[in-house]
Design a protein around this ligand. Structure first.
Ligand code: ADP
Ligand code: MG
Length: 274
């Protein structure tokens, strides 16, 4: 199996002694769309901050694209794994959108036309090219988020990691962000998103990891999220569609529906039986 990320018995504590990750082991397939689920404080952000080297491994192993990450791999790691922070204001610093997206590629040594092409392409991908000379602080939250994504894309990483990507986005901005992510995934990129939104996870992901109290509670296919006992143990909730169909097990064959499309299919069948 070709893995983008493998984590073995990873533990991490913050300076104040908080044990944020305890003996975490997981494998994320290359080319997958992975949702890391868990309630607030379960360790999602702490885990993601390891994936591009912001947190150093204290105990355990991290392997990225078949390379065991060690102390001197920070630069390589950042070129392979792009992290989009939860809050774009933590990520965007420059005076103009263009300069902000150019920051990473300049650090990679790009100049002149190569730099121009790289930045413009990233801005085009997130449909922010017309805003390239604007000051980031004049943009809406959703637009800032797209600029943050462009900054990551401009580094051309193999793996794109997003921390709570839909927090505070309106439906149109959510839709357009996931269109971009799906397009990148079709091009072969591995996409990893941390969220506590189970509806989003079942709709979008093809692999889910459930964290709770800094430990992996379960990992596997999104169908895991229809297990009431598991989601309650994880302080999450069943997907909305599953909640509607849960009292009618006879309708949920061969599996409990999780998405609107599956629910509509069942209702359509029922209607045609009458
Ligand atoms: N900088 C920090 N210093 C001390 N404790 C922290 C810090 N950041 C996070 N934590 C703690 O680590 C645990 C995991 O937090 P976090 O990874 O942010 O969870 P999540 O992203 O799932 O909400 C929580 O108990 C949180 O309070
Ligand atoms: Mg977090």
């Amino acid at each position: 199996m070709d893995f983008a990320i493998e984590v073995k018995e990873l533990s991490f504590h913050y300076k104040d002694g908080t044990r944020a990750l305890q003996n975490i082991s997981l494998s994320l397939e290359r080319g997958a769309k992975v949702a890391i689920l868990g309630p607030n404080g379960s360790g999602k952000s702490t885990l993601l901050l390891h994936l591009n080297g912001i947190h150093e491994v204290q105990q355990g192993e991290l392997t990225v694209l078949a390379k065991r990450v060690g102390k001197n791999h920070e630069k390589w790691l950042r070129s392979q794994v792009g992290l989009v922070f939860q809050d774009p204001d933590d990520q965007i610093f420059s005076n103009t959108v263009w300069e902000d997206v150019a920051f990473g590629p300049i650090n990679q040594g790009l100049r002149g036309e190569d730099l121009n092409n790289r930045v413009n392409q990233a801005l085009r991908q997130v449909k922010m090219e017309p805003y390239s000379h604007k000051a980031p602080y004049h943009l809406s939250y959703g637009q800032k988020k797209r600029v943050a994504v462009a900054g990551v894309l401009a580094m051309q990483p193999e793996i794109i990691v997003l921390d709570e990507p839909v927090a505070f986005l309106d439906p149109a901005a959510k839709h357009s962000l996931f269109q971009i992510l799906d397009e990148l995934n079709t091009q072969g990129k591995t996409i990893i998103a941390a969220t506590h939104d189970v509806d989003l996870a079942v709709r979008w992901a093809n692999q889910v990891i459930i964290l709770h109290n800094g430990q992996v509670l379960a990992q596997g296919e999104p169908g895991l999220l229809t297990n009431r006992q598991l989601v309650e143990q994880a302080d999450l909730e069943l997907p909305t569609v599953s909640q509607i169909f849960e009292p009618f097990p006879g309708l949920c064959q061969p599996a409990m529906p999780t998405t609107l499309a599956e629910a509509q299919q069942i209702i359509r069948k029922l209607c045609s039986c009458q």
